[in-house]
Design a protein around this ligand. Structure first.
Ligand code: NAP
Ligand code: GDD
Length: 320
């Protein structure tokens, strides 16, 4: 039975990846940082099947000892301070976790067993103020937030350990991926959750920032399959993962509200508070390499994603 270590197990992607790895017959060791309250909402249904161990990307020793104890063949680094606005209010922490944390994990692998295959959760935020449209593995980076800057470091240190130490270190440059398990502060979940509240008479308006920003949005369940595929290749590499389509935040609102028979223009209020110091205006992937080499394709369309998220929040609220 192969063993995989997954950092960020309590996050959106961690929960989907754990489900996928279990289905494929892995022993899954999830790494969670210590907190004063239980934070296992997304993985509660998996707790009988996975092992959750304490560890923190800010603590080198914890990473070394868990690799020594569980002897994985694959490590997926999904942990990060991943919310872009927080990276302006906590830039040093974001750098320590999202950038230097990657080095700590790579160092732990190098010391314990350099044959371990490593996946780094890189991001389309690295393209920032985009240098070309669409963005591929060869597009130069121009990050626009401390988060984006930290991810550029994480990407390059992954490439560097591949080249310096011949380690199997892969970097997945994933475009935005969403699901009913998305954190509430990200725009898609914020919209879906607000639509459900408004539809049930529990809220009257939705305050948002820039409605014109465009993103290449896919379904998180599809994207974790690409992570796994990257570690099954003969050689480690960089891969862009996205749908190849882009949509504005405004379009997401339009579809989400109209799904419950409402007009978003009557409920959405633009609020300066949610504008960013520097915006990423347009992201759209060129996923040709993933399609050709990994044989990876997304299975959920934009409209299906929006309605899935609204339906899920409606069902959750009705139940509670
Ligand atoms: P998420 O839901 O925010 O999950 C982040 C995870 O990292 C959580 O489990 C969090 O733990 C953990 N974490 C934070 N700081 C940590 C630390 N110091 N030590 C150990 N764990 C820590 O993010 P996601 O959407 O699943 O994304 C997974 C990864 O992919 C992240 O690295 C993200 O930056 C990257 N990414 C995401 C997208 C996307 O669209 N979702 C796109 C490209 C790249 P707590 O639960 O305790 O907070
Ligand atoms: N969060 C949020 N809240 N975003 C808003 C709002 C709002 O009220 N109003 C407009 N937006 C716009 C943001 O300005 C941004 O252009 C877009 O919606 C998407 O914002 P988020 O959903 O917060 O995601 P993100 O694109 O900044 O970052 C996500 O995707 C990256 C991959 O490109 C995160 O998951 C990152 O961790 C990930 O790397």
């Amino acid at each position: 039975m192969p063993t995989a270590v997954v950092t960020g197990i309590t996050g959106q992607d961690g929960s989907y990846l754990a489900e996928l790895l279990l289905k494929k017959g892995y022993r899954v060791i999830g790494v969670a940082r210590r907190s004063s309250t239980v934070n296992d909402e997304r993985i509660r249904h998996l707790l009988d099947d996975i092992t959750v161990v304490q560890g923190d990307l800010q603590d080198q020793g914890s990473l070394l000892s868990l690799l020594e104890e569980y002897k994985p063949t694959e490590v997926y680094n999904l942990a990060a301070q991943s919310f872009v606005p927080t990276s302006w209010s906590q830039p040093a922490l974001t750098g320590d976790v999202t950038a230097i944390g990657v080095t700590r994990l790579l160092e732990a692998i190098r010391f314990v067993n350099p044959k371990i295959r490593f996946y780094q959760a890189s991001s389309s935020e690295m393209f920032g103020k985009v240098m070309e449209v669409p963005q591929s593995e060869d597009t130069p980076f121009y990050p626009r937030s401390p988060y984006g800057v930290a991810k550029v470091y994480g990407h390059w240190i992954t490439v560097n350990y591949r080249e310096s130490f011949d380690m199997f270190a892969a970097s997945g440059i994933l475009f935005n991926h969403e699901s009913p398990r998305r954190g509430m502060e990200f725009v898609t979940r914020k919209i879906a959750n607000a639509v459900a509240h408004i539809n049930l008479g529990l809220a009257k308006e939705l305050r948002l920032g820039n409605l014109e920003a465009q993103r290449d949005w896919g379904f998180a369940g599809d994207y974790v399959e690409a992570m796994w595929l990257m570690l099954q290749q003969d050689y480690p590499d960089n891969y862009v993962i996205g749908t190849g389509e882009t949509h504005a935040v405004r379009e997401f609102c339009e579809i989400a509200f109209s799904h419950v028979g409402l007009d978003y223009k009557e409920f959405v209020v633009q609020d300066e508070k949610f504008y960013r110091p520097a915006e990423v205006d347009l992201l759209i992937s060129d996923p040709a390499k993933a399609r050709n080499q990994l044989k990876w394709e997304p299975s959920v369309s934009f409209k299906e994603l929006v309605t899935m998220m609204v339906d899920s929040d409606l069902a959750r609220l009705k139940k509670s």
